[in-house]
Design a protein around this ligand. Sequence first.
Ligand code: ADP
Ligand code: MG
Length: 348
Amino acid sequence: MFDNKDKTNLNELGEFGLIEYLTKQVELTQKSSVKGIGDDAAVLDFSNYKTLISTDLLLENVHFDLRYVPLKHLGYKAIQVNLSDIYAMNGMASQVTISIGLSSKFPLEAVEEIYEGALIACKKYGVDLIGGDTSASTQGLVISVTSIGYAETDKIAYRSAAKEGDLICVSGDLGGAYVGLQLLEREKQIFLENPNIQPDLEGKDYIVERQLKPEARKDIVELLAALEIQPHAMIDVSDGLASEILHICKASNVGCKLYEEKIPIDPMTYETAREFGLDPTVCALSGGEDYELLFTIPQDDYDKVKGQLDISVIGHITEASAGYQMISKSGNVHDIKAQGWNAFKSEE
Ligand code: ADP
Ligand code: MG
């Protein structure tokens, strides 16, 4: 949490002063950005590309908890999770808008930290901040990000385009963000009970980062293009592997067969899940917030992905009547069900 002592009250700047202050260092770098901040609307030109648009709303105490999420990370993550949706269409992100609702408990320095994180993410991913809206809020902090991107018509990967026989692939590893959250929640409880105890997150950097500082997989979109692979269906893993593969299967009217042993799980995720008495596979299937890309590719492209360390082939697409199945490590067949976050919440 931030400390309001000696901080600047937002009223001193006013709305326009705040916008100007926060956006003074913003530069436009994308060819498609014709006009950014400063008029009634931004102006974009995507020539002969299709335009991709995605938006997210983040509410304090619903989507984030300021007791353990640093504001800079919050700004960074707000941008990342949004860009992830553009990459999940196999497109490139080019612009974002950021809208914020601020309650009076936030001084200028707090908002500045959010923007600092957001602008670091924009810069790193080469996207232009082209506008937003700013308002007072009586309900805590509200952040909404809209991202805009582009793709060639025949490169766009819809959820509905998976074909029977396709290989199911996922980038990176899964479950880490959820296990990281468990760790942060545990430390928060300890802190609430005894504020003198400092959080013990030592040696757990990877999974804490997976939760607080996710990275959208722009690199995977670029890698697929370099490997000359046109993914059939693609989605980003925001709610857990189970939920996402079901989205693809239902939209494409196909079934799937996943192999538990092929699901990529980082050793730290695995061990920490075990410490919490959680099944690491369940964390991957139902945890969420990993922001990896889940996609299907034609079988003929297997040779192109097989040497790629950052892409795992975890199963294949079947006909719809075969259902949604996972073969466990011991060879048992399980039906895949979407559980999302609720699977864990109901256990609490
Ligand atoms: P309007 O009254 O027409 O909504 P605003 O005064 O809200 O205009 O916004 C003026 C300019 O500043 C616009 O270009 C808008 O997109 C931009 N802007 C407003 N709030 C933000 C924000 N939080 N982040 C980035 N740009 C913003
Ligand atoms: Mg406005």
